[in-house]
Design a protein around this ligand. Structure first.
Ligand SMILES: C[S@@+](CC[C@H](N)C(=O)[O-])C[C@H]1O[C@@H](n2cnc3c(N)ncnc32)[C@H](O)[C@@H]1O
Length: 256
């Protein structure tokens, strides 16, 4: 059981993460936010639950669009940081999404939408959350999640840059070398360069994740794979590699 360690790491990294993430870093603003907002299609007064809200940046975005937001995270430090930023209309709760007893604290209200932004691959267990979600959703409610794309983030991927200058022309090519996609495991990695402690990721295949939703009565009704599509070569190898290769995937699920 790594969960306590996973949580300690997020509490340790929270301040650093908040400074870097702010109200949405480049990755979030370019790849995640536009798709999630389109799939959410927020109407004023929508009740939305945010699972694994971090510093609350996406919760604030949704509240700014008129949603009534409840935002949760298992890292107390993140919840303190998020709460301090306001607005007071957002309700913040410390909830560990791997624990049914914690999720039960959220019952009593049902939500138009539940969102989990870039957090499922950080959770040691996902079955308790997926099993509990139907109890928290209104009829026709939707669950939207984004994750690091498991095909291109298995923990054994190597980002590669190749340069040739054959016949007077310099050509840069970027690749991902991938292996062991189907081997599910946890591993330590770096989410943001310079973060105080490396964090745990829990690699699961796309089919494992979706099967868990299907088993609990969900159907997939939207699937997006955003990438840095039209950028010029960047100084960051990450952006160059993930040009036309999706570093994240985003799903919308509904109860059948
Ligand atoms: C990559 S951050 C994303 C934060 C935020 N959703 C965003 O996009 O800015 C992952 C978040 O998931 C949270 N998290 C990881 N495991 C969790 C769990 N078991 N229960 C609740 N939150 C969890 C972490 O504390 C962290 O805030």
């Amino acid at each position: 059981m790594k969960n306590n360690e996973v949580k300690n790491i997020w509490n340790t990294n929270a301040e650093f993460w908040d400074k870097r993430m702010g109200e949405g870093n480049e990755f979030h603003k370019t790849l995640i936010e536009p798709v999630q907002l389109r799939l959410l299609n927020i109407k004023a007064g929508d009740k939305i639950l945010d699972i694994g809200c971090g510093n609350g940046q996406f919760a604030r975005k949704m509240a700014g669009l008129g949603a009534e937001v409840t935002a949760t995270d298992f890292a107390e430090k993140f919840i303190r940081i998020a709460k301090a930023k306001g607005p007071k209309s957002i309700k913040y709760r410390v909830v560990d999404a791997t624990k049914t007893a914690d999720l039960k604290k959220l019952s009593g209200i049902t939500y138009d939408s539940i969102v989990c932004t870039m957090a499922i691959m950080d959770m040691e267990k996902i079955a308790p959350l997926i099993e509990y979600l139907p109890k928290l959703l209104k009829k026709d409610g939707k669950f939207i999640f984004s994750i690091c794309h498991p095909c291109f983030n298995s923990g054994e991927n190597i980002l590669a840059h190749e340069r040739d200058d054959l016949e007077g022309e310099v050509k840069d090519k970027y690749y991902i070398k991938t292996r062991n996609y189907t081997v599910e495991k946890s591993y330590l990695g770096i989410g943001m360069m310079g973060q105080p402690r490396s964090q745990y990721y829990f690699h699961r295949t796309v089919s494992t994740i979706l099967r868990s939703f299907f088993k609990n009565g969900f159907v997939l009704d939207a699937y997006e794979e955003p990438s840095f599509a039209d950028i010029e070569d960047s100084l960051k190898i990450f952006n160059n590699v993930y040009k036309n290769i999706p570093p994240a995937l985003i799903c919308r699920l509904k109860i059948k």
